[in-house]
Design a protein around this ligand. Structure first.
Ligand code: 2AM
Length: 176
């Protein structure tokens, strides 16, 4: 449908952290391990919405605006490879309760608004490489970054000129 947009809620990563991560990735993964995601596209999805009409977007956005919860600190200190989705990811050994709460709420609101949610348990992650078809040697433990999460964002996913771009459409603050 022409008026539909491909949307998802996510946590952005600070630009300096995106840069640190891609430098670490270049130093720690073989060039043929998979297709690297551009620094600006590194994020943590909270709820994937799929193709959404303008009206449904307004509903989802109004529901998101009612969320009131404190910010939290997120550590990225875990990495893995999902062979089925061919994704190499960065995650958290102990995701903060606030992150799980926020994602659960957004996913429940999405499901109730007619955006079916995956039956798989939510595993917060930053996708680092796609098309990782072969077993991947993961970096030894000891890496890790922490950052404060103070907002969540509604993004539109666009495929333009051969590239995927994530355009922020709306932002909501988490209470300090
Ligand atoms: P992924 O990185 O693990 O693939 C935009 O596509 C974001 O939404 C990505 O972070 C992607 O997660 C996530 N996502 C979740 N379910 C998806 C789906 N069914 N199709 C595309 N992206 C999905």
């Amino acid at each position: 449908m022409p008026d539909q947009k491909r949307l998802f809620f996510a946590l952005p990563l600070p630009a300096d952290l995106q840069q640190n991560i891609i430098e670490w990735r270049a130093a720690n993964f073989a060039p043929d391990a998979g297709r690297p995601i551009a620094a600006a596209n590194l994020h943590i999805t909270l709820a994937f919405l799929g193709d959404v009409s303008a009206q449904k977007q307004r509903t989802l956005s109004a529901l998101a605006g009612r969320i009131s919860q404190p910010g939290f600190t997120l550590a990225l200190d875990d990495a893995g490879h999902w062979p089925r989705s061919q994704v190499v990811w960065l995650g958290s050994r102990q995701p903060p309760r606030g992150l799980l709460q926020l994602a659960n709420l957004l996913r429940a609101q999405a499901a109730r608004s007619g955006c079916p949610q995956s039956a798989q348990p939510f595993h917060p992650h930053v996708t680092l490489l796609r098309n990782a078809q072969h077993p991947v040697r993961l970096p030894p433990p000891g890496f890790g970054w922490q950052f404060p999460v103070r907002e969540f964002v509604l993004y539109e996913s666009r495929f333009e000129q051969g590239r995927t771009r994530y355009q922020p459409l709306e932002r909501w603050s988490l209470n300090a």
